[in-house]
Design a protein around this ligand. Structure first.
Ligand SMILES: [Zn+2]
Length: 229
Protein backbone atom coordinates (compact mmCIF):
# COMPACT_ATOMS: atom_id res chain seq x y z
CA UNK A 1 0.00 0.00 0.00
CA UNK A 2 1.34 3.47 -0.84
CA UNK A 3 1.53 6.55 1.43
CA UNK A 4 -1.85 7.85 0.25
CA UNK A 5 -3.61 4.59 1.15
CA UNK A 6 -1.96 4.56 4.58
CA UNK A 7 -2.85 8.20 5.23
CA UNK A 8 -6.53 7.70 4.33
CA UNK A 9 -6.85 4.36 6.17
CA UNK A 10 -5.07 5.81 9.20
CA UNK A 11 -7.43 8.78 9.38
CA UNK A 12 -10.51 6.55 9.02
CA UNK A 13 -9.27 4.19 11.75
CA UNK A 14 -8.23 7.07 13.98
CA UNK A 15 -11.27 9.32 13.62
CA UNK A 16 -13.47 7.67 16.32
CA UNK A 17 -10.70 8.09 18.91
CA UNK A 18 -9.56 11.65 18.33
CA UNK A 19 -10.84 15.12 19.05
CA UNK A 20 -7.99 17.54 18.50
CA UNK A 21 -5.54 18.58 15.76
CA UNK A 22 -2.43 17.21 17.50
CA UNK A 23 -4.08 13.78 17.52
CA UNK A 24 -4.50 13.96 13.72
CA UNK A 25 -0.75 14.47 13.40
CA UNK A 26 -0.12 11.59 15.80
CA UNK A 27 -2.41 9.22 13.88
CA UNK A 28 -0.52 10.13 10.69
CA UNK A 29 2.85 9.63 12.40
CA UNK A 30 1.75 6.13 13.45
CA UNK A 31 0.38 5.35 10.00
CA UNK A 32 3.54 6.47 8.20
CA UNK A 33 6.30 5.28 10.55
CA UNK A 34 6.40 1.59 9.46
CA UNK A 35 7.40 2.44 5.88
CA UNK A 36 10.51 4.30 7.05
CA UNK A 37 12.17 0.95 6.32
CA UNK A 38 11.84 1.82 2.63
CA UNK A 39 15.06 2.93 0.90
CA UNK A 40 13.39 6.08 -0.43
CA UNK A 41 12.87 7.24 3.17
CA UNK A 42 16.55 6.95 4.07
CA UNK A 43 16.97 10.74 4.30
CA UNK A 44 14.28 10.94 7.01
CA UNK A 45 15.83 8.09 8.99
CA UNK A 46 19.38 9.50 8.75
CA UNK A 47 18.15 12.93 9.88
CA UNK A 48 16.42 11.30 12.88
CA UNK A 49 19.56 9.34 13.78
CA UNK A 50 21.72 12.47 13.64
CA UNK A 51 19.36 14.64 15.74
CA UNK A 52 18.54 12.03 18.41
CA UNK A 53 22.14 10.75 18.41
CA UNK A 54 23.27 14.35 18.97
CA UNK A 55 20.94 14.71 21.97
CA UNK A 56 22.28 11.45 23.44
CA UNK A 57 25.90 12.50 22.86
CA UNK A 58 25.39 15.94 24.46
CA UNK A 59 23.82 14.26 27.49
CA UNK A 60 26.73 11.82 27.80
CA UNK A 61 29.20 14.71 27.63
CA UNK A 62 27.20 16.65 30.24
CA UNK A 63 27.20 13.59 32.51
CA UNK A 64 30.98 13.41 32.50
CA UNK A 65 31.88 17.10 32.34
CA UNK A 66 28.95 19.10 33.77
CA UNK A 67 26.84 16.73 35.80
CA UNK A 68 24.58 19.49 37.18
CA UNK A 69 23.14 20.02 33.67
CA UNK A 70 22.64 16.30 32.94
CA UNK A 71 18.96 15.45 32.54
CA UNK A 72 18.04 11.77 32.91
CA UNK A 73 14.57 12.25 31.31
CA UNK A 74 16.07 13.85 28.23
CA UNK A 75 18.74 11.14 28.06
CA UNK A 76 16.22 8.27 28.20
CA UNK A 77 13.97 9.98 25.66
CA UNK A 78 16.95 10.68 23.35
CA UNK A 79 18.05 7.02 23.49
CA UNK A 80 14.46 5.84 22.81
CA UNK A 81 14.05 8.13 19.80
CA UNK A 82 17.51 7.08 18.58
CA UNK A 83 16.27 3.45 18.74
CA UNK A 84 13.09 4.10 16.77
CA UNK A 85 15.24 5.46 13.94
CA UNK A 86 17.84 2.68 14.20
CA UNK A 87 15.11 0.03 13.75
CA UNK A 88 14.11 1.15 10.21
CA UNK A 89 17.77 1.89 9.35
CA UNK A 90 18.68 -1.76 9.83
CA UNK A 91 15.36 -3.25 8.70
CA UNK A 92 14.64 -4.81 5.39
CA UNK A 93 11.28 -3.78 3.98
CA UNK A 94 8.29 -5.14 5.92
CA UNK A 95 10.27 -6.78 8.70
CA UNK A 96 10.87 -5.21 12.15
CA UNK A 97 8.82 -2.04 11.59
CA UNK A 98 5.77 -4.04 10.53
CA UNK A 99 5.41 -6.08 13.74
CA UNK A 100 3.20 -5.85 16.80
CA UNK A 101 6.36 -5.41 18.94
CA UNK A 102 7.26 -2.27 17.09
CA UNK A 103 3.62 -1.08 17.17
CA UNK A 104 3.75 -1.01 20.98
CA UNK A 105 7.30 0.26 21.32
CA UNK A 106 7.09 3.06 18.74
CA UNK A 107 3.59 4.21 19.81
CA UNK A 108 4.73 4.55 23.41
CA UNK A 109 7.93 6.41 22.49
CA UNK A 110 6.34 8.83 19.98
CA UNK A 111 3.30 9.32 22.24
CA UNK A 112 5.44 9.93 25.30
CA UNK A 113 7.71 12.33 23.44
CA UNK A 114 4.67 14.38 22.34
CA UNK A 115 3.29 14.28 25.87
CA UNK A 116 6.58 15.67 27.15
CA UNK A 117 6.64 18.38 24.46
CA UNK A 118 3.00 19.34 25.01
CA UNK A 119 3.99 21.80 27.74
CA UNK A 120 5.17 24.06 24.86
CA UNK A 121 1.98 23.57 22.83
CA UNK A 122 -0.13 20.50 22.08
CA UNK A 123 -0.33 21.18 18.34
CA UNK A 124 3.42 21.78 18.23
CA UNK A 125 4.00 18.46 19.98
CA UNK A 126 1.82 16.62 17.46
CA UNK A 127 3.46 18.33 14.52
CA UNK A 128 6.95 17.40 15.74
CA UNK A 129 5.94 13.71 15.70
CA UNK A 130 4.72 14.06 12.14
CA UNK A 131 7.90 15.91 11.12
CA UNK A 132 9.92 13.02 12.54
CA UNK A 133 8.53 10.59 9.98
CA UNK A 134 8.11 12.81 6.90
CA UNK A 135 10.19 15.03 4.65
CA UNK A 136 9.10 18.35 3.10
CA UNK A 137 7.69 16.65 0.00
CA UNK A 138 5.61 14.05 1.85
CA UNK A 139 4.49 16.56 4.48
CA UNK A 140 3.32 18.93 1.75
CA UNK A 141 1.24 16.13 0.24
CA UNK A 142 -0.40 14.88 3.43
CA UNK A 143 -1.11 18.20 5.14
CA UNK A 144 -4.20 18.72 2.99
CA UNK A 145 -5.70 15.49 4.41
CA UNK A 146 -4.88 16.65 7.94
CA UNK A 147 -6.55 20.04 7.40
CA UNK A 148 -9.64 18.34 5.97
CA UNK A 149 -9.95 16.01 8.99
CA UNK A 150 -9.32 18.98 11.31
CA UNK A 151 -12.45 20.59 9.84
CA UNK A 152 -14.44 17.36 10.24
CA UNK A 153 -13.38 17.11 13.91
CA UNK A 154 -14.51 20.66 14.55
CA UNK A 155 -17.88 19.96 12.93
CA UNK A 156 -18.67 16.62 14.61
CA UNK A 157 -17.14 17.80 17.88
CA UNK A 158 -16.50 14.37 19.43
CA UNK A 159 -15.12 14.27 22.92
CA UNK A 160 -13.47 10.90 23.48
CA UNK A 161 -12.30 11.93 26.96
CA UNK A 162 -8.81 10.52 26.79
CA UNK A 163 -6.47 12.33 29.09
CA UNK A 164 -2.84 12.32 30.08
CA UNK A 165 -0.23 10.40 28.16
CA UNK A 166 -2.87 8.13 26.56
CA UNK A 167 -4.20 11.18 24.67
CA UNK A 168 -0.90 11.00 22.72
CA UNK A 169 -0.12 7.27 22.66
CA UNK A 170 -3.52 5.96 21.48
CA UNK A 171 -3.68 7.93 18.20
CA UNK A 172 -0.19 6.75 17.22
CA UNK A 173 -1.11 3.15 18.05
CA UNK A 174 -4.36 3.27 16.05
CA UNK A 175 -2.54 4.82 13.06
CA UNK A 176 0.15 2.13 13.32
CA UNK A 177 -2.50 -0.60 13.56
CA UNK A 178 -4.17 0.72 10.40
CA UNK A 179 -0.84 0.45 8.56
CA UNK A 180 -0.50 -3.23 9.46
CA UNK A 181 -4.12 -3.84 8.42
CA UNK A 182 -3.53 -2.00 5.11
CA UNK A 183 -0.41 -4.01 4.26
CA UNK A 184 -2.06 -7.30 5.22
CA UNK A 185 -4.60 -6.69 2.44
CA UNK A 186 -1.81 -6.57 -0.18
CA UNK A 187 -0.50 -9.75 -1.88
CA UNK A 188 2.83 -9.67 0.01
CA UNK A 189 1.18 -9.82 3.47
CA UNK A 190 2.94 -8.85 6.73
CA UNK A 191 5.07 -10.92 9.09
CA UNK A 192 3.62 -9.39 12.25
CA UNK A 193 5.54 -11.60 14.72
CA UNK A 194 8.93 -11.31 12.98
CA UNK A 195 11.61 -12.47 13.90
CA UNK A 196 10.00 -14.90 16.38
CA UNK A 197 7.71 -16.36 13.74
CA UNK A 198 7.50 -16.05 9.98
CA UNK A 199 3.68 -16.28 10.06
CA UNK A 200 2.25 -13.99 7.42
CA UNK A 201 -0.85 -11.94 8.09
CA UNK A 202 -2.82 -11.87 4.86
CA UNK A 203 -6.24 -10.71 3.69
CA UNK A 204 -8.27 -12.96 5.99
CA UNK A 205 -6.26 -11.91 9.03
CA UNK A 206 -6.59 -8.28 7.91
CA UNK A 207 -10.37 -8.55 7.84
CA UNK A 208 -10.32 -10.01 11.36
CA UNK A 209 -8.25 -7.02 12.51
CA UNK A 210 -10.85 -4.70 10.94
CA UNK A 211 -13.57 -6.50 12.95
CA UNK A 212 -11.46 -6.06 16.13
CA UNK A 213 -11.19 -2.37 15.33
CA UNK A 214 -14.97 -2.13 14.82
CA UNK A 215 -15.65 -3.85 18.16
CA UNK A 216 -13.20 -1.49 19.84
CA UNK A 217 -14.94 1.52 18.25
CA UNK A 218 -18.36 0.31 19.44
CA UNK A 219 -17.13 -0.34 23.00
CA UNK A 220 -15.31 2.98 23.03
CA UNK A 221 -18.35 4.93 21.83
CA UNK A 222 -20.64 3.08 24.26
CA UNK A 223 -18.30 3.95 27.13
CA UNK A 224 -18.20 7.60 26.11
CA UNK A 225 -21.96 7.76 25.87
CA UNK A 226 -22.07 6.14 29.33
CA UNK A 227 -23.99 3.14 27.98
CA UNK A 228 -21.61 0.77 29.76
CA UNK A 229 -19.67 0.90 33.06
ZN1 LIG B 1 4.17 -0.84 5.03
Amino acid sequence: MNWKGHVILGLIFGLPFISSPEQIFLVLAGALYPDLDHDVKEDIVKRGIIISGGIVLINILLYFFKKSLFNIDLFVLGVSVFLIFLIPYFSEHRTYTHTIWSLFFVSIIIGFLSYKLSFISKVFAGLISLLMVTNEVLLGKIIIYAVFVWAILDIINLNPNINGVLHYILPVAVGYYSHIVGDSLTPAGVRVFYPISNYKLRKKGGYILIIFWLIFVILFCAKNLNLIG
